[in-house]
Design a protein around this ligand. Sequence first.
Ligand code: HAM
Length: 461
Amino acid sequence: MGRKPKINQNQPKKNTNNSESFKKADNKIVAQKQPKEITRLRGMRDILPDEYRYGDYVVSVAERICRAYGFAKTEIPALEQVSLYERSTGKQTDVVSKEMYAFVDKDNERVALRPEATPGLVRSYIEHGLFNLPAQPVRLLWTGSLFRREKPQAGRYRQFSQVDVEMFGEASPVADAQLITMGYLILKELGIAAAVQINSIGDAADRDEYAKKLVEYFKDRKVRVLLSVDDKKRLLKNPLRVLDSKDEGTQKALAGAPQMIDHISDEARQHFVKVLEYLDEFDIPYTLNPFLVRGLDYYNRTVFEFCPEGEDGSSQGTLIGGGRYDGLVEFMGGRPTPALGWALGVDRVVLKLKEKAPQSAGPAMDAPDIFLAQLGDAAKRKAMVFFEELRVKGYRVAQNFVKDNLKTQLEQANKLGVKLTLILGQKEIMDNTILIRDMESGMQEVFDFAKVYEEIDKRLK
Ligand code: HAM
C-alpha cells in the first residue's frame, strides 16, 4: 500500500493538476507516487445535516402539494444515452452543447449524466406505454439530482436538485393554469414571495416564422452593432435565445424587435388567452414577458418562470421554470401527446428560505421531548431496550448510549431542550424504578418502572 492521499478540509480549489498524478499505461490508469489532495470537485457541494433539513422541507412541501393534485412519484436513471438529450433538450442548447457531462463508457456507448429530468420522463412514458394507463392524463412527479457543468456561483451548481412535474395527454389550457397554480401554492406555503412571468411562443411553425422575422430585424446594421458577440452567434444558431439575453446592448437592440406574441397562430393565441383567464380566476398574479422563451428546444405555446419578487429573472434567480411541449412525445417516437411540466430548483428555493429566516426557518430538526440517560452497564442494557420500545410507541426520544458520564448526558438533554429526562442507574435497576427529571423545574422523582408510561403521558400533555 502506498501513502494515503490527504483530504483537504477547506474549500475546493480549482482542480488544476490532479490529473497530472495519473498516467495512462497499457490502457490502465496508474496513480503516480506523489499523493494529491482529494477535494470536492468544483461546483459540487456536500450538504451537511444543518443545511439538508431546508432542502428536505422544501421537497416535502412541494411533493405534498403535487400529490394532492394527483401527481405520483416516479424514478428515472441518472445516466441515459447522449442522443436522448440531443434530440429532446436540443443539440444547440447550452445545456447539451456546453454543460452536459457526456462520455463514452466501456461498452463504447455515448452516455450522459441527466442535465434535466423531462427527457428521461418522456422516454419512460413512451417506453412503458403509459398512454395505456386507465387514469389519464398521466401525472408524474420526480425529485432528484441533475448535473450541468455550468460556471459555479451562488445558486448555480454543477450538481443540483429539482422537484419536477410532468403531465402527459392534456391539451386543455386548464392544465397550464393548474400547473402554474401548483408552483404558486408551493412557494406561497414556503413563504417565498415570487412572481410568475409568462409568455406564449406559439407552435413550431410560428416559431420558425418568427425566428426568420427576428433574423431579418437584426440585418439592420444600426441594431446589429448593439448585439454582444455571444448573441451574434446565438442569432445564427438559435435566434430565439437572443430574446432572453441578459446583455445590456442586446436588450437595447431588442427594444424595437418584433414580438413573438404578435406572430403566433390564432389557435395558440386563444389557448394563451384561456390560460390567462384561468389564472385570473384562480387569483394567481402574473406578468406578461414577451421576451421569455426558455433555453430548451422542446417548448411550444405557454412558457413560464417564477422569479423571486423584485428580481428580473436572471438565470440564477429563477426558482421554477416550465411550459408546454406538445410535440416532444411524438418527436421522440411516441404517439402525438400534448404535454407540459415544470421543475422547481430546490437549491435556489433553499437559498431564498434561508435569506428569509437564516436560523429558524420552519424545518426544525425533529425536536425530542424526552432524553433517556443511563449510568452503569446493566442500566445501559435496559435503557437500550426501553429506548426502542419508546421509539416504536411514537415518543420522540434522544439518547447518547456511548457516554457513561451522567453529567455529560444531562448537559446534552439541556441543550436539546427536552421536557423530561428519564434516568436509569444501578439503584433503579435493583428497585425496578426510574427517575423522571422535569428539565424546567429541575425536580426529579422516583417512579415504579411499571408506571413510567402513565407518568410521562401525564407530563407531556
Ligand atoms: P430549467 O429552467 O433548466 O428547466 O431548470 C428549472 C429550475 O432548476 C431553474 O429554474 C432553477 O431553479 C433550477 N436550476 C437549473 N440549473 C441549475 C443549477 N445549475 N444550479 C441550481 N439550480 C438550477 C428544466 O430543467 C426543465 N426540465 C423544466 C421543465 C419540466 N419543463 C417542462 N417540464
